[in-house]
Design a protein around this ligand. Structure first.
Ligand code: PDD
Length: 284
């Protein structure tokens, strides 16, 4: 079956899907996006994703191209037309098409693109063995809370991770504190079994997976603290892990080549991963 994309009001074959060369997303990265997981045909945490999308739009003063109800219909329709049972949906909204000029154009219509594709569940070996991360300076802007399509520092960081045979790069602010990964949130577990992740301020994206995992942590009665942590603290933590819509929760066992804990995924990371997968499966 051939893939279908939704582009600015129409369902079109994916291979023919195009936007105008003067789309402001293309010229200025003037737009926002969301990635939702599809599990068992259902959308995981749809409401919080749509709320975050609305917030990103409002922070950039981009109008909503569709009502939330219509957006839900389009999203489901794209998943259905692509026959995605397990995968992701990508939503992107740019300010629209206008002659290139930095300031906002006067009358411009936001452009919505929705795509969906299948995705295999994480390789069991990755989960069993854990993953490696490197650390890099955080060179991004001061509004990382907005899910903007301007992802160049993230792209460069992920490439550095790949070249170092690591899964992710944890970005580090000027104070030496970890902000987040290039497409994931960062967590550690201290020797006292406190789960630690940075408070969701302007320095990080408030991950929807992060919020779901925080809920699970509360529900299970584990202790948690929202505070920054340094690379040194992460390297001597008893466990570390990362979260996102696309990877769920993966245990981190090496940071810059140094072993975390005993170098194997820790019990709390495993437990939280299981509980998160059960939460995601409930979307079906
Ligand atoms: N990235 N931090 C950053 C910088 C991200 O780009 C993402 C998500 C996250 C985790 O957010 P969530 O739990 O809502 O997926 C944290 C998506 C998946 C991406 O760019 O593909």
């Amino acid at each position: 079956m051939s893939r279908v994309a939704y582009v600015d009001g129409r369902y079109v074959p994916h291979r023919l899907a195009v936007v105008h060369i003067e789309d402001r997303g293309y010229q200025f990265a003037d737009g926002v996006y969301e990635v939702l997981a599809v599990v068992g045909g259902g959308l995981v945490d749809e409401e919080p994703h749509l709320l975050r999308l609305a917030r990103s739009l409002s922070e950039l003063r981009i109008g909503a191209p569709l009502s939330a109800a219509a957006l839900k219909i389009v999203t489901r329709e794209v998943v259905r037309r692509n026959n995605v049972h397990h995968g992701i949906v990508y939503l992107q909204i740019t300010r629209g098409v206008a002659p290139r000029d930095h300031s906002f154009p006067k009358s411009v219509k936001p452009v919505l693109v929705v795509t969906s594709r299948r995705r295999k569940p994480a390789d069991p070996r990755t989960v069993e063995d854990g993953i490696a991360v490197i650390t890099i300076p955080d060179i991004r802007w001061q509004r990382c809370d907005i899910k903007s399509i301007a992802l160049l520092p993230n792209v460069l960081g992920k490439q550095l991770a790949k070249e170092a045979r690591a899964f992710e790069a944890w970005q580090v602010d000027r104070a030496g504190q970890v902000t987040e990964g290039t497409s994931t949130n960062a967590w550690i577990v201290t020797a006292d079994r406190d789960v630690v992740t940075r408070r969701a301020d302007n320095a990080i994206l408030n991950g929807i997976t992060r919020l779901a995992v925080l809920d699970i942590i509360r529900g299970e009665g584990f202790r948690f603290v929202e505070r920054p942590f340094t690379v040194a603290e992460a390297k001597t933590a008893s466990e570390a892990f990362l979260t996102s819509t696309t990877v769920d929760l993966l245990p981190v066992v090496r940071i810059d080549g140094d072993r975390v804990g005993n170098g194997m995924p820790g019990p709390l990371s495993r437990r939280l991963r299981e509980r998160y997968l059960a939460h995601a499966a409930a979307a079906a």
